[in-house]
Design a binder for this molecule. Structure first.
Ligand SMILES: NC(=O)c1ccc[n+]([C@@H]2O[C@H](COP(=O)([O-])OP(=O)(O)OC[C@H]3O[C@@H](n4cnc5c(N)ncnc54)[C@H](OP(=O)(O)O)[C@@H]3O)[C@@H](O)[C@H]2O)c1
Length: 307
């Protein structure tokens, strides 16, 4: 058995490399066929449900779709911030804006918000699952499971419950779409982010499977690198933020233009930045080297912060 497995471990990569041109050709054909069958997404009058819409990426995305006259359902916990975003959206030309001050980790509250939207508008054309928190702590500094539970409940399980309850409404749309905001830490890891990485990796497994079950829905996973939002102000610990990182940092506006473009193209996975794309392709081939580069980069950023 050991011999067999050793042979398989060596044969599989060579076989894949030898067949890479054929695989790439078939993938290209599949991508082209899907692209030709797809019509561009026109947000005017479409029902767009966004979680985490009170700040950062979610708030900016809501405003972008408001300019295009969408019907918006904005979800987050802070009512005042949500109402300020809603007022801005109406000013920018949104067709209708609904505010739902809901904690998405409370399953029944999230279910109710989704059902209210679905029953009122008949469908959900675009479901954006964006609410999330970050992490900046080593496992050795954690004394119990509480933070891991919290980050899993929010970054992963709230997405699962939103999908479960929204699926009939997304399928009722003429070509429903789901967009999930992951992170480049959703496929490559980093120190001080174990719980965050685990929650975002879990999303990938869930969504990749859902895609096969629901081919009539366009599902886009967004993997941002560092975006200059307030998420870093809410994290304590070994924090590397936009001011001290050695990684590329982009503005919220630039992130939104990448997300909107990915939705229009019906992209499967949208990875931000050179660093992110490098990690995406390098990980299967040189995981140890990637770990080393990431760790050294993180340590250099921390050193820069402490200078
Ligand atoms: N900024 C980056 O560099 C970056 C990079 C990669 C991925 N991302 C991902 O992008 C997403 C958005 O982050 P952001 O940078 O825009 O951060 P942000 O400004 O802190 O936004 C997070 C949003 O999530 C909402 N939220 C948090 N807990 C919630 C809960 N229990 N129930 C409902 N809503 C909740 C917050 O609203 P309330 O506090 O009002 O509830 C807020 O609207 C996250 O999933 C994050 O992991 C960000």
């Amino acid at each position: 058995m050991l011999l067999h497995n050793t042979i398989h471990r060596f044969i599989a990569p060579f076989l894949c490399l030898a067949l890479l041109p054929l695989f790439s050709f078939i993938e290209l054909i599949l991508t082209l066929v899907l692209h030709i069958r797809r019509t561009p997404f026109n947000p005017a009058g479409k029902v767009i449900f966004i979680t985490g819409a009170s700040s950062g990426i979610g708030a900016e995305l809501a405003q972008e779709y408001a300019r295009k006259k969408a019907i918006l359902i904005l979800v987050a916990r802070r009512r005042n911030e949500l109402e300020a975003v809603a007022a801005k959206c109406l000013e920018l030309g949104a067709h209708t804006v609904v505010v739902e001050a809901v904690d998405v980790t409370v399953e029944q509250d999230l279910k109710l918000a989704i059902h209210k939207a679905g029953d009122r508008f008949g469908c959900i054309d675009l479901l954006v699952l964006n609410a999330g928190i970050g992490m900046a702590q080593n496992v050795r500094d954690c004394s119990d499971l509480s933070f891991f539970r919290q980050i899993t409940e929010l970054n992963y399980l709230s997405v699962v419950s939103a999908v479960i309850y929204a699926l009939p409404f997304v399928k009722a749309a003429s070509r429903g779409k789901i967009v999930v905001i992951s992170s480049i830490l959703g496929f490559t890891s980093a120190p001080s982010a174990s719980g965050y990485c685990a929650s975002k990796y879990a999303l990938k497994g869930f969504i990749d499977s859902l895609r096969m079950e629901e081919p009539s829905i366009d599902i886009t996973m967004i993997y941002p690198g560092m975006v200059d939002t307030g998420i870093f102000d809410k994290i304590t610990g070994n924090k590397v933020g936009p001011n001290n990182t050695l990684s590329q940092v982009i503005s919220t506006k630039d992130a939104i233009s990448l997300i909107v473009n990915a939705v229009n193209r019906g992209a499967r996975d949208e990875v931000f930045s050179l660093e992110g794309n490098f990690g995406w392709f390098m990980k299967p081939f040189a995981p140890r080297l990637l770990d080393l580069i990431t760790t050294l980069g993180f340590q250099a950023s921390l050193k820069r912060k402490n200078q």
